[in-house]
Design a protein around this ligand. Structure first.
Ligand SMILES: Cc1ncc(COP(=O)(O)O)c(C=O)c1O
Length: 428
């Protein structure tokens, strides 16, 4: 069934030459009224605070690491304008691989591929969908989850999209996850995408929950089901509580079972505060795959890259490579993370010490965001009221979830913003 937004566009285009020539994707595709559209509105109307953006903002500007900025005008001609290799700068790929082990010590001695550079994590997810999804297959993700997953899986690839309930009684809903995965296993294969720290909730599993998630995947794999386990680690490293499993789930799924192909999608977008660089990495792991097979799989991925964007942009890769070699980078990243942790602490304290009869904060312990459950299912109305009446930009992920990006709200405004959100929500 066509999405109503696609239908609307098709109605406008009815009888036009464009519509007469559309492919099935051309007919199906639409631009969601989701995060990007709502963020665009908030840019104009969010005069008090814009809590829509998945960026870290200080003093009205996106933060930039000095060890990235300082190389902006110091690139050679080749570093600036030459074509990059299809799978990305070779030195940068190797360096990213080495850093993966440093950031996820349990990956040491495990077999995993060389990361492939893709033009942003979104492209990486879309390429994975090209390789592993079609109209006969289904992707499992959380409810709520990032709106682009369904656009990529359902609309773009024509695949199924199933969601498990992310939370129950203030905790990760393991029962729902298990049921969803085991139900899907009956079809003979499972494709599951897990994103931690999660967008939109800002949740990461505890050590115990991470172990349980993996036990469920392993059980299904042991039963003979082939599993594609994708970890979207866009917000990796932004953990604010001690009980969180500190590594990527990929570090566990990498060698969990021969029937599990683990894929890590990550990148410098949020980790290194370079949102517009459009660089991301895809890394594969499976205990039974040989180096030759990793190379063949990567070559397939290169075919997908070649046939879409050909290669990613060069200057971002050049600057990132220099920044990653700069000894100052870790301290500079830590300083920005400290600001985000400070904002997290303020928000956490506010929602634990204040009650709102119309909003329930979903569990959060990491990342850029937190979300409220809106039991009245009036999240869209609340977003519009906050924007038009109070000049506060938020995102309605769906009718029951309102997302607030505390990463992009100035620290000294947070209390007022949250007081206003509660007040406007009470009046709804
Ligand atoms: C969960 C998640 N994955 C992927 C991305 C996309 O990252 P990129 O900007 O590198 O395409 C985002 C960005 O908002 C995200 O929230």
């Amino acid at each position: 069934m066509l999405n109503p937004l696609a239908q609307e566009l098709n109605n406008v285009l009815r009888g036009s030459i464009a519509q007469n020539l559309f492919s099935d994707l051309g007919t199906r595709i639409f631009f969601p009224n989701g995060i990007i559209a709502q963020s665009g509105e908030a840019k104009k109307l969010g005069t008090v605070a814009n809590g829509t953006i998945g960026m870290a903002v200080i003093g009205g500007h996106p933060v930039t690491l000095d060890c990235v900025h300082k190389y902006a005008d110091k690139l050679t001609d080749a570093e600036l304008v030459a074509y990059a290799p299809t799978a990305g700068n070779a030195e940068l790929r190797q360096m990213w691989k080495d850093k993966l082990i440093a950031k996820n010590p349990s990956l040491k001695n495990k077999s995993f591929s060389l990361p492939v550079l893709v033009p942003g994590l979104t492209a990486g997810i879309s390429y994975l969908a090209d390789l592993f999804l079609d109209s006969e297959k289904t992707l499992i993700a959380a409810d709520p989850s990032w709106d682009n997953y369904s656009l990529i899986a359902e609309t773009r690839r024509g695949a199924g999209f199933k969601q498990f309930n992310l939370f129950k009684d203030g905790k990760f809903d393991m029962e729902s996850f298990e049921k969803c995965v085991k139900e899907e296993a009956k079809t003979g294969s499972v494709r599951v995408l897990l994103n931690f720290p999660q967008n939109p909730s800002g949740y990461s599993p505890t050590k115990n929950e991470a172990a349980q998630i993996c036990a469920i995947l392993k059980e299904v794999a042991e039963g003979g089901t082939n599993v594609l386990a994708i970890s979207d680690d866009a917000y990796f490293g932004l953990n604010y509580e001690d009980d969180i499993y500190p590594e990527s789930l990929f570090a566990k799924t990498a060698d969990l079972h021969k029937n599990i192909l683990a894929v890590k999608i990550d990148g410098p977008t949020k980790e290194d505060f370079v949102w517009g660089f459009r660089s991301g990495f895809l890394t594969f792991a499976n205990p039974a795959m040989t180096e030759e097979q990793y190379t063949a799989l990567i070559t397939k991925l290169m075919g997908v890259i070649r046939s879409s964007v050909s290669c990613a942009s060069t200057p971002g890769q050049s600057m990132l490579l220099k920044a990653m070699k700069d000894p100052a980078i870790e301290a500079q990243k830590l300083a920005f993370r400290k600001v985000l942790k400070e904002r997290y602490d303020i928000v956490k304290k506010f929602v634990t010490t204040h009650k709102c009869s119309t909003l329930n904060p979903l569990p959060f312990n990491s990342g850029y965001f937190m979300s409220f459950e809106v039991p009245s299912k009036k999240a869209y109305d609340l977003r519009v009221k906050l924007l038009h009446k109070a000049g506060i930009g938020t995102v309605a992920i769906d009718n029951k979830t309102l997302r607030v990006a505390f990463s992009s709200i100035e620290t000294d405004k947070l209390l007022t913003v949250y007081e206003t959100i509660y007040k406007v929500a009470e009046e709804l």
